[in-house]
Design a protein around this ligand. Structure first.
Ligand SMILES: Nc1ncnc2c1ncn2[C@@H]1O[C@H](COP(=O)(O)OP(=O)(O)OP(=O)(O)O)[C@@H](O)[C@H]1O
Length: 254
């Protein structure tokens, strides 16, 4: 099975610190792959390299079996790789619809000779509403309300829906439940599984072991800048995973 997204020997140094050390990685079609590891293990650097936010010093990235270079986050988006960082990258004062279309705004047809075409708010609102209800987020009724009026979980929902809405091939989620309460986390976990059910594979960075074990199909354990092993959550306990992560227990063969 050709991985949707893979890395071979990915290396990234920050001065004397080797944040990624010949790291291998693979994401299979339709799966939720969790990436776990101790603080400073290099998880963020891995997703930044996969999403064009940092340039690796060595190694290769492959998308559907083809070698790709991802020089910028915009290039990553062009390849269908969408990343939802903890900060969510939303403009709180703008509406849900405007946030969903940020960077891919729709404009009205130009009148002859007019260079600047007006934004087509009505069309963006209609499509945004459809996309949200498609993902079971119809409870967010008022698409023109400002994002700052939403709860943390709803904001996360809009950010995930935005990532899933426009033909993405891979979604990377950085700690999507870290700032949420129990109920809101549950909704976001359901949403993540809905996105998987649509065939979009997900990379989930999380420190929350119960959440990881609940939704992940496989778990990539990261240690000292590289992939230590990949485990099936059905075969191991959370304590096993933590013990592998911290070096307290010998990991299974890679
Ligand atoms: N911009 C940077 N400049 C210098 N060093 C960096 C930079 N970003 C990360 N590092 C270092 O690279 C290493 C890996 O960091 P990274 O943030 O990727 O780890 P992480 O596993 O995501 O950690 P955490 O779980 O704490 O977020 C750490 O030693 C960190 O201090």
């Amino acid at each position: 099975m050709t991985p949707v997204l893979a890395a071979k020997g990915l290396t990234k140094r920050y001065g004397r610190v080797t944040a990624l050390d010949r790291c291998d990685f693979d994401l299979r079609p339709g799966e939720i792959l969790a990436v776990i590891g101790d603080n400073g293990a290099g998880k963020s650097t891995l997703i930044k390299a996969l999403s064009g936010a940092v340039q690796p010093d060595g190694g290769e990235i492959h998308l559907n079996g083809e070698k790709v270079v991802i020089p910028t986050p915009l290039a990553a988006r062009g390849h269908g790789i969408e990343t939802v960082y903890q900060t969510l990258a939303m403009s709180p004062a703008l509406s849900i619809a405007d946030n969903m279309f940020m960077g891919r705004e729709l404009r009205k047809p130009g009148i002859m000779g007019k260079v600047f075409r007006k934004l087509d708010h009505a069309r963006m609102e209609r499509i945004a509403r459809d996309k949200l209800s498609d993902l079971g987020l119809a409870t967010i009724q008022n698409i023109s309300q400002a994002v700052e009026t939403l709860s943390g979980g709803q904001r996360q929902g809009v950010a995930v829906a935005r990532a899933a809405a426009f033909g993405s091939q891979v979604i990377i989620l950085d700690e999507p439940t870290a700032a949420l309460g129990v109920k809101e986390s549950r909704k976001v976990l359901e949403l993540i599984q809905d996105v998987r059910a649509r065939g979009i594979p997900i990379i989930l960075i999380s420190h929350n072991m119960p959440h990881v074990f609940e939704v992940a199909d496989r778990i990539h354990i990261h240690r000292l800048g590289r992939r230590l092993c990949v485990i099936d959550p059905k075969d191991y306990t959370m304590s096993d995973a933590v013990a592998f992560m911290t070096g307290a227990k010998e990991p299974p063969a890679a």
